[in-house]
Design a protein around this ligand. Structure first.
Ligand code: COA
Ligand code: MG
Length: 297
């Protein structure tokens, strides 16, 4: 499938309640890859209509600089999705996040809605990006079809907390109870050229814990995490950006590989370990991530 959106780093996706002009303004002044103005679970039930008005005003009046700005609508089937999107479209967000996606048809529904709005506004079709949050047993079972449902999708987000509620799981720090679901989201994302963004780390004052969990998620192939507080930005940026040591090791490996290929050798030994093209590929990905984060040229 041909993707309509170029790659961009989304190490931290900072959520804030859409009815809080204070928090949205605060976010606009931070260096964060993606800002997500929430109209769903971050708002009180009786604040959801007010949130649309505040979110539109924020989008129209604040300067978000280079930050990407998305709006999280309420899920398809709540009766609010289309209204959330229509009410904020004039604020020109970069796109929308759809929570609790259960099947591909829900993605197609939102895709068509956005296509109609783009057509009406004489915008190039596919301008608005879309993230789907997969956070129910149904969604996990259908995640491959969801990931392939629309070329404007750029990321899948994984919601462990909602999944726990849906399935009756007990959340643990290690996360073994959601390991399979989490892994399915990464697999489906990667099989379809999408980014995989892991869910929230609730103890927002525990920066070491946030870093440790994000690092484990980076090892699993996630490229970012949902953030709920400005304190989580630094740990997430660090966890999802290759360190100087990782970059140096990757550069050394790629250079050694190239030198051996020049000499007609595919498999060779570096620091007591066999290296061949399979080992070089992850190193190239480390360098691509470092480049995307602006750490190397
Ligand atoms: N985005 C932007 N700014 C935020 C923020 C967020 N998610 N969370 C906190 N801040 C700001 C606060 O406004 C405060 O700034 P101020 O003193 O200038 O107003 C500063 O950061 C420190 O906040 P703090 O006092 O430590 O937190 P809090 O008690 O105000 O709020 C939470 C704690 C968890 C309620 C808050 O972080 C939050 O609303 N998070 C997002 C929740 C959400 O959207 N959930 C649904 C999506 S997963
Ligand atoms: Mg949720």
């Amino acid at each position: 499938m041909i993707r309509t959106h170029p790659y961009r780093v989304r190490r931290a996706c900072l959520y804030m309640p859409g009815d809080s002009m204070r928090k949205i303004s605060k976010a606009a002044g931070l260096a964060v890859d993606t800002i997500i103005i929430d109209l769903e679970d971050g708002l009180g039930y009786n604040q959801k209509d007010a949130g649309r008005t505040v979110a539109l005003e924020a989008l129209q009046t604040l300067d978000f600089g280079h930050n990407e700005v998305l709006v999280r609508a309420n899920g398809v089937g709540t009766g609010r999705t289309a209204h959330d999107i229509l009410a904020t479209f004039d604020g020109k967000p970069d796109g929308y996040v759809i929570p609790k996606v259960e099947n591909a048809e829900q993605v197609v529904y939102v895709d068509h809605l956005l296509r109609d709005l783009e057509a009406t506004a004489a915008m190039p079709l596919g301008t608005l990006t879309l993230h789907a949050i997969v956070e129910s047993a149904r969604g996990i079972v259908d995640v491959q079809r969801i990931a392939a449902a629309s070329p404007r999708l750029t990321a899948l987000q994984f919601g462990a907390e909602d999944l726990a509620g849906d399935m009756g799981l007990t959340r643990t720090a290690a996360g073994h109870e959601v390991f399979h679901a989490r892994s399915s989201v990464v697999l489906a994302a990667k099989a379809n050229g999408l980014q995989a963004i892991d869910g929230v780390y609730l103890a927002y004052q525990d920066e070491a814990g946030a870093y440790a969990e994000a690092k484990r998620m980076a090892e699993m192939g996630f490229e970012g995490k949902m953030a709920i507080h400005p304190r989580q930005l630094d740990p997430f940026h660090r966890a999802f950006t290759p360190s100087d040591d990782e970059i140096a090791a990757a550069q050394r490996l790629v250079e050694a590989h190239e030198a051996h290929q020049q000499a007609g050798v595919g498999a060779f030994v570096l620091d007591g370990k066999m290296i061949d093209p399979a080992i070089v590929k992850p190193a190239e990905q480390v360098l691509a991530k470092a480049r995307a984060a602006g750490k190397i040229g």
